[in-house]
Design a protein around this ligand. Structure first.
Ligand SMILES: Nc1ncnc2c1ncn2[C@@H]1O[C@H](COP(=O)(O)OP(=O)(O)O)[C@@H](O)[C@H]1O
Ligand SMILES: [Mg+2]
Length: 241
């Protein structure tokens, strides 16, 4: 259990890896800090990390927020193997300590208005032999934003994620649909339409595809921070806390 009480905020969960959690975390962090809030961003576990790789989540987020004194980006475990955290920790002869993550989040309680925590992969990804990402969300007591793709396969992934979070009694702020790639228009449209029809949580977006995001990440994220979807999520975060 954490030593300190935890600050309010949200957990940015994904239906999978590569769905846009880091992009959404960065855009949302920027939108919240623009309201004058101090924002703590936590990426508790990152795998596939090597110090010389400039595009790890933590390095990207730290570089992006370096000019903003009211945003702090923290990480607890950076593991080199690009596999699930439990296995990456074993390969590094380490064990992930969930209490250490909770305590690291507690540090934000003192000076920060909001905390954004980015998951690792999907919600049932194992962190330890006994705890997965969903357990961490529950222990943090944060409501969840689910980031999901608009492409084919996402309806199943999103509904399974909703089911898993509901089963654990985790409040769901919404599902943010993200155009992460060039998907046929009819697939995008039907994913958005059916998820709106079938989900018992607000469906937000879709977040537009930014063709130059990878080559111009910082300016791409700044553009997305002004998008109505991120403004809406920022409002929801402020109102839910
Ligand atoms: N809306 C978008 N438009 C274009 N590229 C995107 C968009 N969202 C995410 N991406 C790209 O997709 C990849 C995965 O995004 P990322 O935020 O790192 O996902 P995750 O954190 O879920 O693994 C990155 O290369 C990112 O730049
Ligand atoms: Mg990420």
């Amino acid at each position: 259990m954490p030593d300190q009480s935890l600050p309010p905020g949200i957990f940015i969960a994904g239906t999978d890896t590569n769905v846009g959690k880091t992009v959404v975390t960065a855009a949302l962090g920027l939108a919240l800090q623009q309201t004058g809030a101090r924002v703590g961003i936590m990426k508790p576990v990152e795998t596939g990390f090597t110090p010389d790789k400039p595009d790890s989540d933590v390095q990207r987020l730290r570089k992006f927020f370096a000019p903003y004194r009211n945003v702090d980006v923290r990480n607890v475990y950076s593991l080199p193997q690009p596999v699930a955290p439990l296995e990456a920790a074993r390969s590094a002869q380490q064990a992930i300590d969930v209490d250490a993550i909770l305590n690291a989040c507690g540090i934000f309680a003192v000076h920060y208005h909001y905390m954004l925590v980015e998951g690792a992969g999907g919600i049932l990804v194992p962190l330890t032999e006994t705890h997965d990402v969903r357990d961490l969300i529950r222990l943090l007591g944060l409501p969840c934003l689910i980031v999901a793709r608009t492409g084919l396969g996402s309806i199943n992934h999103t509904r399974l994620t909703l089911m898993g979070l509901r089963e654990a009694g985790i409040p769901i702020l919404g599902i943010l649909l993200n155009h992460t790639g060039i998907t046929p228009k009819e697939q995008q449209a039907s994913t958005v339409k059916l998820l709106r029809e079938l989900s018992d949580a607000p469906v937000l977006g879709p977040f537009p595809f930014q063709p130059h995001l990878n080559s111009q990440w910082d300016s791409g994220v700044r553009t997305l921070a002004n998008h109505s979807t991120i403004r809406e999520v920022a409002r929801m975060v402020q109102e839910s806390n």
